[in-house]
Design a protein around this ligand. Structure first.
Ligand SMILES: [Zn+2]
Length: 136
C-alpha cells in the first residue's frame, strides 16, 4: 500500500511538472504571433486547441478555405517551446493554404521569413536570456 501511495504521489508530481511546462493557452499565442509575425493577416477566428491525433504533432484543417482549426497533439507538444514552434509551422500552412504542395516553396518561404524575424530565437534562446535577466 505504501508503495502504491509513493508511486501515485510521484505520478502526481510528475504530471504537475509536465502540466506546468505545457502551453496552457495556444490560442493566445496564435493571436500574439499573428500580430507580431503575420501583421494580423491570418484569420482571427482560427480555433487553436489540443486534440489527440493519430501520428501527427499537429494538423491544420480548413473549414471553408477562410476559417481554420489547428489541433495540437498534447502528447507531442508537452513543452511550451515545442508547441510554439509547431504553432508557427501550422500558421505558415494557413498563410500558404492555397499552395498545391503541403510543404512547398511558399510554405518554406513563410518559415524562412519567420526565421529572419527571429521567431525561433525568441522561442529557443531569448526566453532563457530573459530568465537570466530576472535572476541577476
Ligand atoms: Zn506541415
Amino acid at each position: 500500500m505504501k508503495r502504491f501511495i509513493l508511486v501515485a504521489s510521484l505520478l502526481f508530481i510528475w504530471s504537475t511538472i509536465i502540466t506546468a511546462q505545457q502551453c496552457e493557452n495556444p490560442k493566445a499565442w496564435y493571436n500574439s504571433y499573428n500580430e507580431i509575425y503575420f501583421d494580423n493577416e491570418l484569420p482571427k477566428d482560427t480555433i487553436v486547441k489540443y486534440k489527440i491525433l493519430d501520428k501527427q504533432m499537429a494538423v491544420t484543417q480548413s473549414i471553408d478555405g477562410k476559417h481554420f482549426i489547428i489541433d495540437l497533439d498534447p502528447k507531442y507538444n508537452l513543452a511550451a517551446r515545442t508547441a510554439h514552434t509547431v504553432l508557427l509551422h501550422e500558421m505558415c500552412h494557413i498563410e500558404t493554404w492555397n499552395e498545391k504542395e503541403e510543404h512547398g516553396y511558399q510554405w518554406i518561404g513563410c518559415m524562412k521569413r519567420l526565421e529572419k524575424m527571429n521567431a525561433y530565437d525568441n522561442i529557443w534562446i531569448d526566453a532563457y536570456s530573459k530568465k537570466l535577466k530576472t535572476i541577476q
